[in-house]
Design a protein around this ligand. Sequence first.
Ligand SMILES: Cc1cc2nc3c(=O)[nH]c(=O)nc-3n(C[C@H](O)[C@H](O)[C@H](O)COP(=O)(O)OP(=O)(O)OC[C@H]3O[C@@H](n4cnc5c(N)ncnc54)[C@H](O)[C@@H]3O)c2cc1C
Length: 328
Amino acid sequence: MAESVCIVAEYRDGAFRKVSYEIASEGRRIADTLGLKLYGIAIGSGVSDKVQELAKYGVEKVLVADDPAFEHYIAETYVPAVAEMLQQCDPAVVLLPASMNGKDLSARLAARLETGLAQDSTEISVEDGKIKAKRPLFGGKCLGWYEWADGALVMISCRPNVMSMLEPDESKQAEVVKVDVSVPEARSKVVSVDMDTSGKIELTEADIIVSGGRGMKGPENFAMLEELAGLLGAAVGASRAAVDAGWRPHSDQVGQTGKVVTPNLYIAVGISGAIQHLAGMGSSKYIVAVNKDPDAPIFSKADYGVVEDLFKFIPVFTEEVRRLKSSE
Ligand SMILES: Cc1cc2nc3c(=O)[nH]c(=O)nc-3n(C[C@H](O)[C@H](O)[C@H](O)COP(=O)(O)OP(=O)(O)OC[C@H]3O[C@@H](n4cnc5c(N)ncnc54)[C@H](O)[C@@H]3O)c2cc1C
């Protein structure tokens, strides 16, 4: 009989990513239902100082691998180390973030541990002691429920911004176990990637996203969206047309071949609403579309639609947001 539900937290740039707290909260709910312990795996360079953050969301014991070799996610170093730590947790269920790195790690771990993975899940239920995970299929056109054979290790990666977080309990402390994992030398040519992400809100974790499409007409006009996003505390996204034109980096792309996002508010500006774009943002809580074409497909998905030339509407809207913010 397995002893735990185990979460694999994601640590980057000196902090756990928010999705780590979401999976900890979900893990807590599952562990309580199944009568199991909740363990966490924390891996990274300098991660030791932050492990008690996980305790606030119900993690009882944290296994820590803190080594400069884990500064960046590299499959060759992370996969064997996390697999080794998972063995020590004796889990019935493993939850991971369905972030860019988390998806890569989950798939490789599932292969190594010879189990099935429900990737990018949006809901988990426990019925009669059996776990089921729901995930969107075919670009979000339908939803599938997955379950595991009796005795199989359940592995689920969870879409960021979907699982609700518990109220953090500052009084909680977790047992911390430092694990001496053997760090294999990475044979891949990429050993570290330096990106200037300072101050940039990660799209998959953003509460509000302002996205621009081909209707923006050129890269310089995204300054308008940056300004609006700055006032709203939002991240800036883009359609593939804007990315393919070289106006925005691929890391900003929302959609089937970009990122899947689930903000509370998604503002689509000059985006037609092609099915491949909707696959990436269709589960946003509220969608606002700004498009001069009243027949644009995005309006069939939008909660609020503005039929107007974006170059007239966005400056006026931005000024109104600024006025409201300054009177707060
Ligand atoms: C395999 C595959 C994968 C794909 N993956 C993705 C993906 O991940 N993400 C993605 O986005 N796309 C993806 N696409 C591309 C997708 O099919 C569309 O081509 C793309 O989303 C269109 O981008 P867009 O809406 O910005 O451009 P368009 O479809 O050209 O729409 C531009 C919109 O701007 C409006 N507009 C123009 N000027 C103004 C103005 N002044 N004011 C207001 N509105 C204005 C127009 O009315 C129009 O509706 C994929 C396609 C394929 C085949």
